[in-house]
Ligand binder design. Structure first.
Ligand code: SER
Length: 319
């Protein structure tokens, strides 16, 4: 049977890139996009689109009945910095949104579901260097707590209800097609826009705050690979550690200056510093490599080159 794919949160940072890639694989009519807001003008004619709130179970029912998806990518969530400002709303969106989509998937016999977790599931007493798959997890942000609870439910739904959920712990994601919204790792995208618009950037994290990061093409590859892998290869049913590269703001700025001479950075630290300090600096993703063949393509130099090139070539710089 031909696949019919439904994406929740398709207008977000990951959704924008994922939708484009899935359309090119499955054909535009087989990828149904949805988000709480109407599609942007550029996205309007790209394929079927539904305005959908993941908390509205009736509307979800209508969309599932209409399109009969075989695979679902549930990306709608509130990120770390915004959820700290609106804790209750963040918890409700991230948890209730997950339940309503997982339950609809069971009711409608959806074959596979992808649900993203994050490095935010780790916390201050987690080992910070080459953080193992299995270790102390004591997240202290609403976002991280919701992601850790969500991971437990991924495994629970798989074990108890047979729902074939796949998940990875995204590091900070860096892409040029869409802006991130409300995350702690957003600086690593903003910096490119400001570098190209003004040749200078004010960073909200300290210069030596190392975090795991990944170029969006790698993240999309991992997302599709883990979702399409044979079921017996996916041995971890909570969420996989995933690594691309690790750097701090100074190292990123130095590489941008090398490729884009004259660029300078300065620092004005805000509340996101505290969140960043509770997260790992680097991730051990050997299980993703072993189980379903994960391999990233982009290192720091290649990512910076791509970002500077694509933002300019596609006229996407937001100053
Ligand atoms: N990039 C996310 C954030 O900063 C982490 O998953 O919130």
């Amino acid at each position: 049977m031909a696949e019919k794919i439904l994406i929740l949160g398709s207008e977000g940072q990951v959704g924008t890139d994922l939708a484009a890639q899935l359309r090119s694989i499955y054909g535009k009519n087989n990828v149904v996009c949805s988000d709480i807001k109407p599609a942007t003008e550029e996205n309007q004619d790209l394929g079927p689109y539904e305005v959908l709130n993941v908390l509205d179970r009736e509307a979800i029912e209508v969309v599932f009945a209409k399109y009969k998806p075989t695979m679902v990518y549930h990306l709608a969530a509130m990120l770390s910095a915004t959820a700290e400002k609106f804790p209750r709303k963040g918890w409700d969106l991230n948890m209730e949104g997950m339940f309503s989509i997982f339950d609809a998937c069971i009711d409608h016999g959806v074959k596979r579901v992808f649900w993203p977790s994050s490095i935010a599931v780790f916390g201050p007493t987690t080992p910070r260097i080459m953080t193992p798959q299995h270790c102390v997890m004591d997240p202290n942000t609403i976002y991280g707590i919701s992601k850790l609870a969500g991971e437990r439910f991924c495994e629970y739904y798989f074990e108890k209800y047979g729902l074939d959920v796949r998940s990875i712990r995204y590091p900070g994601l860096i892409g040029w097609k869409a802006l991130p919204g409300g995350g702690t790792t957003d600086y690593a995208v903003d910096i490119f826009h400001k570098a190209l618009a003004r040749n200078t950037y004010t960073c909200f994290l300290k210069e030596d705050t190392g975090l795991p990061m990944m170029y969006m093409d790698d993240a999309i590859k991992a997302t599709i690979n883990v979702t399409e892998a044979d079921s017996n290869l996916v041995q971890i049913r909570s969420s996989y550690n995933l690594s691309g590269m690790s750097f701090d703001p100074k190292t990123l700025a130095d590489e941008i200056t090398r490729q884009h001479p004259g660029f300078t950075i300065n620092y004005e630290i805000d509340a996101r510093q505290q969140i960043a300090e509770s997260w790992p600096q680097s991730i051990d993703d050997s299980m993703a490599k072993e189980h379903w063949g994960w391999k990233p393509d982009f290192d720091l130099e290649a990512m910076v080159k791509e970002m500077l090139h694509q933002l300019q070539a596609n006229d996407m710089v937001v100053g």
